[in-house]
Design a protein around this ligand. Structure first.
Ligand SMILES: [Zn+2]
Length: 287
């Protein structure tokens, strides 16, 4: 870590202590730093052996592929394998507990694009957490015939049992379906209490307008900048007593993924870039 980063972290530490409130936004970079690596070839070979045989080498290669190029059977085989790994093999990652310890005693709120449930598993109070893009634990109807959602893991265990390991396809009859209309189910759905969570998030931000608000963004890139990145810049502009800290190292092993820790120029003096690993940053703040 260079001297600049060390100084900025010291500033963040002081701001965390001085702020009335803390707003945290986290993306895939936090889980990557915590140990859910989409680049780890060893993990991939061990837990995704069918895909390894098909020539893939890490989960990151599959991002964006699922939408256009794969059959529904291949997508469900992938999701069942991926979610089984994330929810049933991977333990709660300690870095989340360390982040919670930093926030203990503060009036804080967390918004995340992660569907992996690590915040919940790390002990974060659910009334201070909003999972903007839903989570892996529920399925919903792709035809939206009902608002009702249902548990994903039992249905995905069925998919796992039926995957054809030669082709890495889930047969048509094992694809999870809506219990009401029979349409295919959908993954990472917005759970039934989604609106409630959104309202709590909006209330937290709206009632912070006159306060000293420390905004900390961790591991948020440009996959879905409209979810956290852009709104956080807007909050920083609108709330005069706010500061914005953007922690993002990115995926150093991958070309075209430099981490994007840059902050808007018009926020100079109140927005700070921290191009360091989220784990390193959280541990340095705890010291
Ligand atoms: Zn339906």
């Amino acid at each position: 870590m260079d001297e600049n980063a060390r100084e900025t972290l010291a500033l963040l530490r002081r701001e965390l202590d001085a702020a009335d409130r803390v707003l945290v936004g986290a993306g895939a970079g936090l889980s990557a730093a915590a140990g859910l690596s989409y680049l780890d070839a060893e993990v991939f070979r061990k837990y995704f052996p069918d895909m390894y045989r098909l020539g893939y080498r890490c989960q990151y290669e599959l991002v964006g592929m699922k939408d256009d190029e794969w059959t529904p059977g291949r997508k469900w085989a992938y999701w069942a394998t991926h979610i089984h790994y994330v929810r049933e093999i991977l333990p709660p990652l300690p870095l989340y507990g360390e982040l919670l310890a930093l926030l203990e005693g503060k009036d804080f709120f967390v918004v995340t694009s992660n569907a992996d449930r690590q915040f919940m598993r790390g002990g974060f109070p659910m009334e201070r957490l909003f999972e903007f893009q839903g989570n892996y634990d529920v399925l919903g109807c792709s035809r939206r015939c009902t608002e009702h959602t249902w548990e994903s893991l039992p249905a995905l265990r069925e998919v796992l049992k039926h995957i054809d390991h030669e082709t890495f396809e889930c047969p048509e009859e094992a694809i999870p379906r809506c219990p009401y209309c029979g349409a295919p189910a959908e993954i990472a759905f917005r759970p039934e209490n989604y609106e409630e969570g959104y309202r709590r998030y909006a209330d937290f931000v709206n009632s912070s307008a006159e306060l000293r608000l420390c905004i900390v963004e961790i591991g948020v890139g440009f996959n879905t900048p409209g979810v956290i990145r852009r709104p956080f810049e807007r909050f920083a502009r609108l709330i005069p007593g706010s500061t914005l800290f953007r922690i993002n190292k990115g995926y150093a092993d991958l070309r075209d993924h430099p981490g994007y820790p840059n902050v808007p120029k018009d926020l100079a003096g109140r927005a700070f870039s921290l191009p360091v690993d989220a784990g390193e940053a959280i541990r340095a703040l705890a010291d």
